[in-house]
Design a protein around this ligand. Structure first.
Ligand code: ADP
Length: 502
């Protein structure tokens, strides 16, 4: 924190300054502890490039302590055997505390990820508390025992918490995804070990304070920050976990699934995407251009399900491109905590290089730039990792049309017929989310159903209403998705009990 720009520090919440001023410890068995090897790593403010905090750097030893603590809590904390209603009371209390401390959490999230404060306080933080409340309420309304009508027997099935649920979280929506992970698993009565991303561990560590205040028993939630290859890999390979939820890249997802497979641990993979938006000729061009400019700049394009390929009917191409450029040019790029920032930096220098590298490779492969993109200068933040929005166009096999860039870059392609559009979208190896834009709702539904993905949206992009399953297929993952009523059951195991009566 000492090196973060003084101007910013003077405006920060004193609680945030205090939290960042000493090395942030990990949270195991209800205690804040140093890493077993006493090592720390640096988390940076991507808006300035400067150090935000030192954080305890977990390794396999810490992961083992955390899993042991979570297993101990399964036996001793009372959490798994508590009536669902009693757990729900605690989860509601935690949701209320998160709302009460939203300004602190949003500031931490904005500083650590780079996202605009308004997005954090209006989106990420309330999504966490809403998810907790949703699953808390759902859990009290399911039947724990269900009779089974079979001849000659008395039979029923019973649901029990699955055990220890482990989560490996990425850096783009750390707090929101923490909520999506904790909501169903805690409501089901599991105990939990979380490995947040090394770029963005702060909000996850801060909220453990609120968990204690809410009355979540010690050992029920354990957080081990650290690097993927060490702490993450150790968690995925630990034989003491019963469920794994991984959100991240397909490359790492494969490794995590392989480790879990070796221990026969069920795994949920939420991987990347290369979402498309298909724009027919009967749309409101201006409204759609504005919506897609919003989608590709949301979280600086670091959104796995966002619209990265824009398929535009040839008859509206010119008007749509012009309006999109207009909207994108008007997005104010700046520090997440600066007023009026519409788009913050990307999360790290590595990510900035990745985005700029993709644009360069795409152009070398023949793509032309409708909007060139490139590094952005933000006055007062010379060390920040800022990029400008970019629009490319070209052949469908261009690298920028195929691979996930994770930045504010869209690849545009014209189409003439519905069949052509569907074929272009379905070329992708990913299958996370696409949208169809048309006033002909029959056509919109037909096309939405033809696009192979876990999620299809009509006349909007990036929709996550609670209760609608969100997940991917093909390279985008498997395991049932998240956010649905069925997600709760992914953290419960079913057991049948039978007695002969005849
Ligand atoms: P990204 O490329 O977006 O950073 P990753 O898939 O690399 O996505 O990272 C997502 C999460 O997975 C992070 O918490 C990271 O630390 C973790 N991770 C990275 N490598 C591994 C690994 N080999 N095993 C387990 N977790 C990992």
């Amino acid at each position: 924190m000492s090196t973060t720009s003084q101007l910013l520090v003077s405006r920060l919440n004193p609680e945030v300054v205090a939290f960042l001023s000493t090395p942030v410890k990990m949270f195991i068995g209800g205690q804040w502890v140093d890493a077993a090897h006493h090592e720390t790593f640096t988390t940076r403010d991507p808006g300035t490039g400067e150090e935000l905090a030192q954080v305890a750097s977990g390794t396999a030893e810490d992961i083992d302590h955390a899993v042991t603590a979570a297993r101990h809590a399964l036996r001793t904390s009372g959490w798994p055997r508590m009536r669902a209603n009693d757990r729900a009371v605690i989860l509601h209390r935690l949701a209320d505390l998160v709302d009460k401390n939203a300004a602190i959490l949003a500031e931490l999230e904005s500083l650590d990820v780079g996202k605009p404060y308004a997005q954090a306080i209006g989106g990420d933080i309330p999504s966490f508390s809403a998810t907790l409340r949703y699953y808390a309420d759902l859990s009290v309304n399911i039947r724990q025992r269900e009779p089974i009508a079979v001849k000659g027997h008395e039979a029923y099935s019973a649901l029990f918490p699955a055990g220890v649920a482990a989560f490996i979280i990425p850096w783009n929506f750390p707090f929101l995804l923490l909520g999506w992970s904790l909501g169903p698993s805690l409501a089901a009565g599991c105990t939990v070990v979380v490995k947040p991303a090394e770029d963005t561990p702060l909000s996850t560590l801060y909220v453990t304070k609120l968990m204690q205040e809410a009355g979540v028993p010690d050992g029920v939630v354990n957080v081990v920050p650290g690097f993927g290859e060490t702490a993450g890999a150790a968690l995925a390979a630990h034989p003491g976990i019963n469920r794994m939820g991984f959100t991240g890249s397909p490359e790492v997802g494969r490794k995590v699934a392989a480790s879990c497979g070796a221990n026969l641990v069920p795994v949920k993979l939420e991987l990347g995407g290369k979402g498309a938006a298909v724009l027919f000729d009967d749309i409101d061009v201006d409204r759609t251009a504005r919506a897609l400019a919003g989608a590709i700049t949301l979280n600086t394009g670091q959104v796995c399900c966002t619209a990265t390929r824009w398929l535009v009917h040839e008859s509206i191409w010119d008007e749509f491109v012009n309006r999109s450029i207009g909207y994108l040019n008007s997005v104010r790029i700046g520090h997440g905590l600066a007023q009026d920032t519409g788009m913050g930096p990307v999360v790290s220098q590595k990510q900035q290089r990745r985005v700029l590298g993709y644009i360069e490779k795409g152009r070398k492969e023949g793509a032309s730039a409708l909007m060139a993109g490139g590094a952005a200068d933000v006055s007062g933040s010379p060390g920040g990792f800022y990029v400008k929005p970019a629009l490319l166009t070209g052949e469908p096999d261009n690298i920028c049309a195929r691979e996930e860039i994770f930045g504010p870059v869209a690849y545009l392609m014209p189409f003439r017929t519905e069949e052509q559009a569907v074929e272009l979208v379905n070329r992708s190896a990913y299958g996370l989310a696409n949208s169809v834009w048309s006033n002909d709702l029959e056509r919109a539904r037909r096309v939405a159903e033809s696009l192979v993905a876990g999620n299809g949206w009509i006349n909007a992009h990036n929709l996550f209403p609670q209760g609608v399953p969100y997940g991917g297929t093909n390279l985008s993952g498997f395991g049932g998705g998240v956010n649905a009523p069925s997600t709760l059951f992914d953290y419960l195991r079913s057991q049948s009990i039978v007695r002969p009566t005849g």
